[in-house]
Structure formats: C-alpha cells, structure tokens
Design a protein around this ligand. Structure first.
Ligand SMILES: Cc1cc2nc3c(=O)[nH]c(=O)nc-3n(C[C@H](O)[C@H](O)[C@H](O)COP(=O)(O)OP(=O)(O)OC[C@H]3O[C@@H](n4cnc5c(N)ncnc54)[C@H](O)[C@@H]3O)c2cc1C
Length: 429
C-alpha cells in the first residue's frame, strides 16, 4: 500500500487558510492536508487599524486555525528551507526542527513590513503588520496620553500627544481615522489633557490619499479626515525619523514621540533562499498558479506574482485577490490529483473599500463610489462575511454593536507577571 501523500500549505493567512478550508473535505482519502504557519491563528489584517484605535479588542481580529480544519492537520512552525528537488522542507516547531516530505507544496507565506525606506524608521517607527504590532501601538497610544497628564513641559506634552502616520494608502488612512476618533472619545477620561494637545498627522508623498481608489474617493477621505481634525499632508515626504521628530523633505521637522509606519513591504526571507524567479520580491507563477521548473510547487497571495487572465494585469497584494487565488488553486490541485487539466487564474475585482474611522468609510463597488456610513457598513458586512466560523462572526458582530453604543475601552493590558511587579514602570514603552 502507498503511504499517505501530503499536500502542504505554508502560511496561515488569507490565502493559506482559504485554500485549506476549500481542500479540507475534498481531498481524496489517500492524501493528507497539512497547514504550517508561524502562529496558531490567522490575522484579519484589514481590521488591524480598528484594534489600534481600540474599536475592537485585538483578540477579535484573529481566528484560530485549528478550528477551521476537520480532516486537515495544523502544525505551528516556521519553514526555514525548501528542497524542491527532494520534495521536502525544514520547519522549526515547538518540538525542534523537523523535515517534512510533500507531494505538493503551496507557498502562501505573505510578505513582511519594510522599515528601511526612511532613515530611522527601523529604530523609531512602529510598523503595522501583525496583531502584535496593533496591540503594541494601542498600548503606546494609551501610555502616551496617560503620560501627558503627568508632564508639565508644554513642548514635551505636545510631542507626546502628536501621532504621525507615514503613508496615505489604505492602512495609513484607516489608522489615522481610527486614531483621531479614539483620541477624541477617550480624552474625557484624562481630564488633565487638553483637546489641542492631541493631534494626528498623516504624511503622503503622493498628490492625494488612497491612490488605490478613484480620485473622488481619495478626496472624500481627505475631507473626512481633515474635518475630524487630522492634519493631512499630501506631497509631503518624510526623509528621516528620530526619537523626537520626523524631518520632512523641505527641511522642516514635526515634533512627535510616536511615528506609525504603514508604507512598504519586503519579501519574506524564505523567498530569497528558494532561488525561484521573482519580480519585485514576489514569486513568479504560471497562469494556473504553479511555479515554473519546480514540479509540485505552487504559490498564491502576497508572496506570489500572479497575472490576472481577466485583464492581463498583475494581481494586487490584497486580501480579496489572495482569497480568489486560493479558491482557484483548490480546483487546480484537485484537478491535478485527478489527472485533469488545470485552469488559469482570472478574477474581476468587485471593488475596494476602506474604513476611515468610526461609522465612516469610502468604497468603490463595481465602479460605483460610496462614502460615509453606507460605505462603512458595507466594509463591516464584507469582513464579517469573511470571518471563518459562525462563532467568530457572532463575537465580532457583538463587539462591533457594543462599540456603537458604549465608550471606547481604554484598558491598557500589560503582561506583567508576579515577579515583575517590583520593577519600575518605564516611561518609554
Ligand atoms: C494593516 C493592514 C491593512 C490591510 N487592509 C487591507 C484591506 O483593507 N483590504 C485588502 O484587501 N487587503 C488589506 N491588506 C492586505 C492583506 O492583508 C493581504 O493582502 C493579505 O493578508 C495577503 O494574504 P496572504 O495569505 O498572502 O498573506 P498573510 O495574510 O500575510 O499571511 C501569511 C502567513 O504566513 C505566515 N508565515 C510567514 N512566513 C512563514 C514561514 N516561514 N513559515 C510558516 N509560516 C509563515 C505568517 O505568519 C502569516 O500567517 C492589509 C494589510 C495590512 C498589513
């Protein structure tokens, strides 16, 4: 009897978990599905800005991977190398390093935050890419406001209350909108902090915000943020960042203690080690999502350079495309196992949306522009529908409903263990 053959998926993000769920109950009995990912959960990245702005608890933007699989096996581990010639990969796990043999392997490990685009970014800016990043930023924001209450130097108070967001794309706009609403709603709990001591600035080196959307929606987002007090600076490039300021291309400086970076991504370190053909750090795949010259290797999501057969363009690194690529690959893998022909990837994008603060959004749906509450509700309905289990959907729905009627939660959770209780409280973290 032949041993069970493994279909391995590396990466438990949008692409990997969608593929795993699509294959879970459909693989032939002699095939095993295995999903390997660094964390035990998948992160709903589009909701990270809401976690930063304390609209929802960070626990709500993640979903446990094990609960998504019934037949498939989940391994928590980090893949460090792939030996495509021998069809195996090495993985570091809680039980040490292991080598796993595969019949087919799907590369769905996304990309990483990039912090070398501006000098000082790596040392002084806060990236937003993981749920850990979101929790850290949320805590920093609450600590900064708490500290202002205790400081007497007006210049220091203003720098502590100044939050600068670098990047005017989806994440930057969403973070700026969430932050300004959060600061406004929590100020009443900090009576020694004046309204004009809290400020959010967003820096965009392009002529307008949200280049991903139509000009009309970019302008609508700009107007909405400005109306709520955000200092929106377009055609403004940050040239360096230090622990007390951001220097701009015109030589001026913004005094700030907190810089949030939402620009740039870099390839996952694994990409380089694989020696596969890449374009701008993304693995080039064939029309059916297989990798040329490496039988049994496939790639989808942010780590893959996919051509959309529908329009001949490169698929953008978005959750929407990651999910569609995963569904297409599920069919192609099943077809390959059955000896049937595969299909090319083609998808007509439904549109784009961004939540730009509490009850405020912008959306472009089949070319129809929407802004305000309607766009925000649409955004929420879409991401609720994408949540993997009913339990998760109900939890997030309850949390969102709660947030519409009750004040922002200002709990600042620190993982202080008993033996650390005597340590002094640090002012910088
Ligand atoms: C703040 C933010 C906001 C966003 N907002 C939107 C939005 O509004 N709309 C939209 O469409 N898109 C949005 N995106 C982009 C979207 O999240 C990505 O396009 C999508 O997550 C890509 O899915 P993926 O599965 O390819 O990668 P990811 O979701 O990044 O998942 C990759 C997974 O692989 C794991 N992994 C990495 N390396 C290894 C390894 N060596 N071994 C094992 N596991 C590994 C990671 O831990 C992770 O779980 C946003 C992204 C961010 C960061």
């Amino acid at each position: 009897m032949n041993p069970t053959k493994t279909i391995a998926i590396i990466g438990g993000g949008f692409a990997g978990t969608t593929l795993a769920r699509a294959l879970d109950s459909r693989l032939p009995p002699d095939r095993e599905l295995m999903l390997i990912s660094e964390e035990s959960y998948t992160t709903f990245n589009p909701m990270l800005p809401e976690a930063v702005g304390a609209s929802i608890f960070p626990e709500q933007v993640v979903a446990p991977i094990r609960q998504m699989l019934s037949r498939g096996r989940f391994v928590m581990g980090r893949v460090s190398a792939i030996d495509a010639a021998n069809k195996s990969f090495s993985c570091s796990t809680l039980a040490g390093d292991v080598s796993i043999a595969y019949e087919h392997v799907v590369l769905a490990f996304g990309n990483r935050a990039r912090l070398d685009l501006v000098p000082g970014l790596a040392e002084h800016a806060l990236p937003l890419k993981t749920v850990g990043d979101a929790m850290h930023i949320r805590n920093i924001v609450l600590r900064r406001v708490a500290r202002i209450e205790l400081e007497s130097d007006p210049a220091l108070r203003r720098a502590l209350g100044h939050f600068v967001v670098i990047g005017g794309g989806f994440s930057g706009v969403e973070v700026a909108g969430e932050l300004v609403d959060c600061l406004k709603s929590i100020r009443r709990y900090y009576p020694r902090v004046a309204a004009d001591e809290l400020k959010v600035t967003i820096l965009q080196d392009q002529p307008r915000l949200l280049l991903e959307l139509s000009e009309r929606l970019g302008v609508a987002a700009h107007r909405s943020l400005s109306a709520r007090g955000v200092d929106v600076r377009t055609l403004t490039r940050a040239t360096s960042v230090d622990d007390a300021s951001v220097t701009l291309a015109d030589g001026s400086r913004l005094q700030t203690s907190t810089v949030i970076c939402t620009i740039g991504t870099r390839p996952n370190a694994l990409v380089e080690s694989l020696g596969l053909s890449t374009a701008r750090g993304r693995i080039i795949v064939n029309a059916d999502l297989s990798v040329s010259g490496s039988p049994g290797v496939w790639a989808i999501g942010d780590c893959a350079q996919v051509t959309n057969a529908r329009d001949g363009k490169q698929a953008p690194p978005t959750a929407q495309f990651a999910v569609r690529e995963a569904r297409c690959l599920a069919s192609n893998l099943l077809a390959t196992l059955a000896g049937a022909p595969t299909q090319e990837f083609g998808y007509r994008a439904r549109g784009s949306m961004a939540a730009i603060g509490h009850m405020n959004g912008v959306a472009d749906l089949f070319g129809i522009p929407l802004s305000g509450l309607a766009a925000w509700l649409l955004w929420r309905a879409y991401y609720l529908s994408q949540m993997p289990t009913l339990g998760r959907k109900v939890r997030i729905f309850v949390e969102w409903t709660w947030g519409m009627f009750f004040p922002t939660d200002i709990t600042h959770l620190r993982f202080t263990r008993s033996h650390e209780l005597a340590d002094p409280i640090r002012s910088d973290a």
